[in-house]
Design a protein around this ligand. Structure first.
Ligand code: C2O
Ligand code: CU
Ligand code: CU
Length: 495
């Protein structure tokens, strides 16, 4: 199964060296943690944006980008209430930005497309951690080049610790029973280099790969030493949505969503994560049996499945994929008992909202898509083919001005044939309803990205408090990065 998952029909099949290393299993890499060093009441971190190369496939070098290393970045460890100072140095020959995805920070510290770090330059954002513990991440947000830079390696995890997490009894020994899983799909050329955007289709559907990397490890294996393991899953892919499951159909507990712990764990056997969504799951390996974490083919009946003409043109999320082989050690140490009540989530009362905004996501299809008016945008003239309320992203246009302190309801409608994961900066939101129906248990926590299937309408509620800045904008966008880069993004200020 492992090999068939790697070689999907219609995609590039690399040479002999590749098949060799695909048969081999590689120990799951764990990104190193970066702990702040305290100075003048601030925790200081330093990130160097650099180029390098990685040997994903044995014997082949892949040119890559990373933070403080060749590919991806260290896991930044923050604590609630900490004052953070990050020193970012851009050693690349190209400009970039560093965005703290899911963090509640001032606009000038957000790392969106306006906070450009030129080649050779530094950026020194400061912010306080004013939010719940949980699994967040950071990545490039360079205008029109986010997909390309993230694909080459520009992302990393952020873990925020808080009292709820400490009290929960959840496994918390990083790299031992608290395991980050950054899941990304990639395509390789024969020479080992990444293959990014080979055709206009790669822009239209977003960039899909045939090979899964977890924390930058090809064909990874993990050996649990404890009965219970907490996995922090990040879908760090540009476009692919995974339906995570275990191949023996065992149940697991989802304990956290994008914005931290749920009120109680929810037992389930599948978990769908679109690009940029996170979840923490608790898995019991007491039986000692080996098992594979896989991604199931998305059913045609799923609300998130691609529809109509698009579905016939290109398969999306329909292959089964191997994610992680798990082989428990022979003697497992016992784990702490996890409290049934993990956290308290106060639901925001919809009557608190002073306003409701409607946004419609759409895309141009067929010839409009292929020809485009573009040229400048994207690599294959897919430019300006993706819209929010009929408009493509324009750095010179502020799409919404919000008053600090106000609560708003946003109603997002998907008027296209494929699912878009909608993400908003500034803070976490709560989902009110999906097509008029209340959210499922896994969507009852805090979120910053949400799947919106074809023809779906979703409403969320969000408080815009704490920060005020009339001049610097935050973004909202589809987190399929090729859609974001080609127009499906807008800007708002809060002041
Ligand atoms: Cu993950 Cu606008 O970002
Ligand atoms: Cu973000
Ligand atoms: Cu999209």
């Amino acid at each position: 199964m492992h090999r068939t998952a790697l070689y999907s029909a219609g995609l590039l099949i690399p040479g002999a060296a590749f098949s060799q290393s695909a048969r081999q299993r590689n120990p799951l890499k764990i990104p190193e943690q970066l702990i702040g060093s305290e100075r003048n009441g601030q925790q200081h971190y330093s990130l160097n944006v650099q180029g390098g190369s990685s040997e994903f496939i044995s014997g082949l070098r892949t040119p890559t980008l990373g933070y403080n290393g060749d590919y991806l970045g260290p896991t930044l460890r923050f604590r609630q209430d900490d004052n953070i100072a990050v020193h970012v140095h851009n050693q690349l020959a190209e400009s970039t930005t560093v965005h703290w995805h899911g963090l509640h920070v001032p606009a000038t510290a957000d790392g969106g497309p306006s906070q450009i770090i030129e080649s050779g330059a530094n950026w020194d954002p400061e912010f306080k951690i004013m939010q719940r513990g949980g699994t967040y991440w950071y990545h490039s947000h360079a205008l029109n080049r986010t997909g390309d830079q993230v694909y080459r390696g520009m992302s990393g995890l952020i873990i925020i610790d808080d009292e709820d997490n400490r009290r929960s009894g959840l496994p918390s020994d990083y790299g031992v029973d608290d395991i980050p899983l950054i899941v990304q799909d990639r395509q390789f050329n024969e020479d080992g280099s990444f293959r990014y955007i080979g055709s206009p289709m790669d822009v239209m559907t977003g960039m899909f790969g045939n090979t899964v990397l977890v924390n930058g490890t090809l064909a990874p294996v993990f050996n649990p030493q404890t009965r219970l393991v907490r996995f922090r899953l990040l879908n760090g892919s540009n476009a692919r949505t995974y339906t995570f499951a275990f191949d023996d159909q065992r149940a697991f507990k989802i304990v956290a969503s994008d914005g931290g712990l749920l009120s109680t764990g929810n037992d389930q056997s599948t978990l769908v994560l679109a690009p940029s969504e996170r979840a923490e799951i608790l898995v019991d390996f007491s039986d000692g049996n080996p098992v594979n974490l896989i991604s199931l083919p998305m059913a045609a009946s799923s609300p998130f499945a691609t529809r109509g003409m698009m579905r016939n043109m290109h398969p999306m999320n329909e292959e089964q994929m191997q994610i992680l082989a798990i082989e428990p050690q022979s003697r497992l140490s016992s784990s702490e008992t996890v409290r049934p009540e993990l956290s308290t989530i106060q639901r925001i009362d919809p009557t608190e909202a002073v306003r409701s905004r409607s946004l419609t996501l759409s895309m141009a299809m067929g010839m409009g898509m292929m020809g485009g008016r573009g040229g400048g945008r994207g690599m294959m003239s897919g430019g300006d083919s993706f819209f929010i309320n009929g408009e493509a992203m324009d750095m010179n246009r502020i799409d919404a001005r919000i008053k600090t302190g106000e609560t708003e309801i946003w109603e997002i409608t998907n008027d296209s044939m494929m699912m878009h994961p909608f993400h908003i900066h500034y803070d976490q939101f709560q989902i009110l309803d999906r097509n008029g129906r209340p959210p499922s248990a896994e969507e009852m926590g805090y979120k910053d990205s949400v799947k919106i299937g074809p023809n779906e309408t979703l409403r969320f509620i969000m408080r815009f408090k704490d920060f005020s800045d009339a001049d610097n904008a935050y973004m909202y966008h589809c987190h399929i990065l090729e859609h974001e880069d080609n127009g499906m993004m807008g800007q708002f200020t809060v002041s």
